[in-house]
Design a protein around this ligand. Structure first.
Ligand SMILES: O=c1ccn([C@@H]2O[C@H](COP(=O)(O)OP(=O)(O)O[C@H]3O[C@H](CO)[C@@H](O)[C@H](O)[C@H]3O)[C@@H](O)[C@H]2O)c(=O)[nH]1
Length: 503
């Protein structure tokens, strides 16, 4: 091993999987590390960077205020009109592997060469924080002898569920034996033996051919690689997922729980001499409709259900109608994020004519938006509940805002998340695998009227714990300090990081 003796702070390269839920949280980490004085290169795909420039210009300008922060752009290899959503998200993995990986490798090599030039005041990359599902970034980092820390944008509960899948298969608990088997409790997910059912496993487990399913294989393989990394960063907090984290620590001893990141960004700025951290940083890849805030201002206290199924889910026309009828029939006010390009079968035909009862109910009590400032929306006093797909960022944002959730998980980690929200944390209800207007109507009313007091008790308490963990002296606050210190110690460079190792 040889030491990189060049003066200056450590240089961290951060590389997210290029979708909203991943870019958002990893940019927040980048912001926190830059605020602590580290040099940061944030690697963004060309497609996403164009969108950030277009839809979050103020945010981008703010980053330029950090000395030593830079964005670098890399192609994702997909055509401009590729949706990068729905089922086609999986095509991104292939493209990233075939097009982006060699460019990434070349970029790291050039970075090393440039920074070796006498007079350069920037260190070569001394640590990579790679999205844990971008295994090629991890491989390249390892190959070049640069320490790699995995960042998983999912919760500990779903990380652990993915991790245990091979054990479930080996023990004969998987595959799932048809619909009638969905409520069977699984015994081989340590820490979850009493409540995790087949239907609560990551959605890829629903395939019959479990050993050959490429999507499942991809996520399981990548999760199983994490123990080989220097460390694992999770956007969660000890008080929320302590028991599951103890299980994960048996495999990955070095974990930094630094969530909820959006709360940490907010609390780290309190008392800070700089004002460069943003309390509600909106790293949006879509055009934000701010008029919804004016509409919310006019609604009574805790009267509105906020509805959003994240940035990737593509809905069917039928699902949209069932939700819409359910919301209108509930007679509750609603703010619904729905982009028509994310609804299958919208072709302007007869089916697209909005029935008059829906149009009228929406005009009276609803507001439909393409994209909203979600953190701000959830913090608004008019919001009484969140009808969510249980994406991990949305779950954390709801927890911090103290808003009870009605969960309709669609895919991947969302299935375990919603089980934890309802069964373990008691922060709301799970409507998994049901899409029916009568059920939506009833559950919306239960969430914000009939069972409101019951949910408010636990949501208020969990919000307090989340905020405490992100405040000075709290668990996530201290873990971030520990992470910064440990990254600073990673100035030691490996001898293998030599041009000859590039092939
Ligand atoms: O109108 C909107 C809707 C969403 N958001 C933001 O978009 C993010 C959405 O993230 P998330 O709730 O995690 O959902 P997805 O976009 O679906 O995220 C993907 O990535 C997550 C993190 O890995 C996974 O948990 C999900 O299952 C996966 O679909 C959140 O920060 C929201 O605040 C907005 O700002 N405005």
């Amino acid at each position: 091993m040889e030491e990189d003796t060049k003066a200056g702070p450590p240089h961290v390269l951060i590389f997210p999987f290029p979708v909203q839920g991943h870019v958002n949280s990893m940019l927040k980490l980048a912001e926190l590390l830059a605020h602590a004085g580290l040099h940061i290169t944030f690697l963004n795909t060309d497609h996403n960077h164009d969108r950030l420039v277009r839809y979050s210009p103020d945010n981008l300008a703010r980053f330029s205020g950090f000395p030593g922060f830079q964005f670098k752009i890399i192609p994702d290899g997909l055509p401009a009109d590729h949706p990068r959503a729905g089922e086609r998200v999986m095509e991104m993995f292939n493209s990233l592997n075939s097009v982006t990986k060699p460019l990434f490798k070349e970029m790291l090599f050039t970075d090393h060469e440039l920074q070796s030039i006498p007079g350069s005041n920037r260190r070569a990359v001394s640590c990579i924080i790679a999205d844990g599902i971008l295994s090629f970034a991890i491989d390249v980092g390892n190959e070049l002898g640069i320490p790699v820390i995995h960042f998983r944008t999912i919760g500990a509960c779903s990380f652990w569920a993915y991790f245990c899948i091979p054990d479930l298969v080996e023990a004969g608990e998987l595959p799932i034996r048809g619909n009638e088997d969905m409520d069977r409790i699984l015994k081989r997910v340590p820490g979850m033996e009493t409540f995790i059912r087949c239907r609560d496993l990551p959605s890829f487990c629903r395939t019959k051919n479990i050993l050959a399913d490429p999507n499942l294989q991809l996520f399981v393989d990548q999760t199983r690689q994490t123990p080989g990394a220097r460390a694992l960063i999770l956007n969660t907090f000890e008080e929320l997922e302590g028991p599951v984290l103890s299980q994960i620590r048996t495999q990955c001893p070095q974990i930094y729980t630094i969530g909820p990141l959006h709360a940490l960004v907010k609390y780290r700025s309190v008392g800070s001499k700089t004002t460069s951290l943003q309390s509600q940083s909106l790293n949006s890849l879509f055009e934000v409709d701010r008029n919804c805030m004016t509409w919310l201002d006019a609604q009574p206290l805790k009267s509105v259900i906020y509805v959003s199924f994240g940035s990737i889910k593509k809905m069917t026309n039928e699902e949209m109608r069932e939700f819409w009828y359910g919301l209108v029939n509930s007679k509750k006010r609603f703010l619904w994020v729905i982009r028509l390009d994310m609804v299958d079968g919208k072709d302007g035909g007869d089916d697209d004519q909005i029935p008059s009862e829906l149009a009228e109910g929406t005009r009276e009590r609803g507001y439909i938006a393409d994209w909203v400032p979600q953190e701000e929306v959830l913090a608004h006093q008019a919001i009484g509940g969140f009808f969510t797909h249980s994406g991990w960022n949305s779950t954390l944002e709801s927890i911090v805002a103290g808003v009870p959730m009605l969960c309709w998980p669609c895919s991947a980690d969302q299935q375990p998340n919603s089980r934890f929200v309802s069964e373990v944390w008691k922060l709301g209800m799970d409507m998994k695998d049901v899409c029916n207007r009568t059920v939506v109507e009833k559950m919306v009313n239960d969430l914000i009227v009939n069972r409101r007091d019951e949910f408010m008790k636990s949501t208020v308490e969990m919000a307090r714990l989340a905020r405490e963990s992100a405040s000075k002296g709290g668990s996530s606050y201290c873990n971030l300090d520990r992470l910064i210190k440990d990254i600073s110690l990673m100035g030691v460079r490996s001898k293998e990081y030599l041009p000859s190792s590039i092939n």
